[in-house]
Design a binder for this molecule. Structure first.
Ligand code: RNT
Ligand code: ZN
Length: 416
């Protein structure tokens, strides 16, 4: 019955969109081809399996909702549960601290592909391609400076770590026959007034040059800047200017984390600017509430605008779609499902925009027509198209995933 209603609503939506020259069947195929890179760290508040140490490095999770994943098996089960409620096929983005260390302490300058072999097997078995991240935070040598540390031994330690991470990423890429996207984000910065900025940035640049010197054909590097971190408020070595310039000069992928900009700055507006100079983008889709708070992604205006800008730029295949939020205050499976589905809805709405029609009006100077189309697009029946997408992917439509999440909570996560 419900299925029938969804089909009927979709049929109507298809005709409404056809009037605007949009083929919803084509859009559904495009959406099927839109793969998120789900971040493993929402499942356990960025704890990882290396040690029981605190989360450091200028990032924080708040909340202590019960049931977070405590080990690799729980984390894998949670990810699979979440994936079963999200239409489409998606990647998993791992941090180095999520290796399969077999109960041993493996320091960051000792990690190797073997520690991720079981992840690669799991990826194959579950049709999940892997992406990767070096981890400079939550370690006794993290301090305030890692790759930009004037102390040679500490800097070399992190250079070694990051080089090894590229080896691991390359092995993942080989195993899955598809490049693994590896992100480098380091927290390096200063809490208070400081004067050695040129030196820190010179050191970071040199560290990156060393790290990237070896070609790794089955992985791609991306680099992520930000404005500030908690406890490192006054200065960030890896600022946006720094990484944008580095990525442009060396042909690296730039990571845009939507929580990493000044509050009135638009991450969406970066897309058409930096894609003139960098080959590709990696997104970290998040939701900053007053600061880089990493709340669960929603279908909000900044995210809609971001995906719209990618589609308008014709850059769908030059972007990698990572998620990056970690809310410890709500059901973590729900956090994955809400955020992933929200990102998909933003992409769907971007794909359903009558861009060529709007573009024509714009070039003819018909601003009223442009605004009309943009405004009316908001209330077009895109929701019926998303429901149909869920139906065709055999996942619950609308709020129907609530009982599934409640059941998993009752039977699994509440017993942890
Ligand atoms: C931190 C960055 C970084 C991390 C993850 C865990 O501000 O956004 O991407 O969130 O690597
Ligand atoms: Zn990020």
């Amino acid at each position: 019955m419900k299925e029938q209603l969804i089909n009927q609503a979709y049929d109507i939506a298809r005709e409404r969109y056809a009037e605007l020259g949009i083929d919803t069947e084509k859009v559904l195929t495009q959406l099927q081809d839109f793969h998120l890179s789900m971040h493993c760290w929402q499942a356990d508040d960025v704890a990882g399996f290396e040690s029981a140490g605190d989360l450091t490095g200028g990032i924080q999770t708040t909340g202590n909702y019960p049931g977070k994943a405590r080990n690799i098996d729980e984390l894998r089960a949670d990810i699979l549960k979440a994936k079963s409620l999200i239409p489409g096929t998606h990647r998993l983005n791992l941090h180095e601290i999520y290796g399969d260390f077999g109960g041993k302490y493996v320091d960051r300058d000792q990690c190797e592909p073997a520690h991720f072999r079981s992840w690669m097997d799991w990826g194959k078995a579950t049709d999940t391609k892997l992406d990767f991240n070096s981890t400079s935070f939550s370690h006794p040598k993290s301090g305030n400076l890692s790759l930009a540390n004037p102390d040679k031994s500490i800097r070399n330690f992190w250079i070694e770590h990051t080089k090894r991470c590229r080896e691991i990423a390359n092995a993942m890429g080989e195993a899955q026959g598809d490049p693994c996207i590896m992100n480098v984000w380091v927290h390096d910065g200063c809490k208070d007034q400081s004067v050695n900025h040129y030196m820190y940035r010179e050191l970071l640049r040199d560290s990156l040059d060393q790290i990237f010197a070896k070609p790794q054909p089955m992985m791609k590097d991306c680099i992520e800047g930000k404005v500030f971190g908690i406890g490192l408020e006054s200065f960030t070595v890896g600022s946006h200017d720094f990484y944008t310039a580095y990525a442009a000069k060396h042909g690296k992928i730039l990571t845009i984390d939507t929580g990493h900009y000044h509050p009135t700055e638009s991450p969406a507006d970066k897309v058409s600017a930096v894609l003139q100079f960098v080959p590709e983008l990696m997104l970290h889709v998040s939701r900053p509430v007053r600061w880089d708070s990493d709340h669960v992604t929603l279908m909000d205006d900044p995210t809609l605008e971001l995906f719209a800008e990618i589609v308008r730029a014709g850059a769908l295949d030059r972007v990698h779609y990572g998620l990056d939020y970690f809310d410890g205050a709500i059901n973590r499976i729900g956090a994955y499902v809400i955020g992933s589905r929200a990102a998909q809805k933003c992409m769907l709405r971007a794909l359903l925009e009558p861009t060529s029609l709007i573009s024509r009006y714009e070039l003819e100077g018909k601003t009223c027509q442009v605004l009309t189309l943009l405004e009316e697009s908001k209330t077009m029946p895109w929701g019926a198209v998303y429901d149909e997408f869920c139906l065709r992917n055999n996942v619950p439509t609308g709020c129907d995933y609530i009982p599934e999440i409640e059941k998993y909570e009752k039977e699994v996560t509440s017993k942890r």
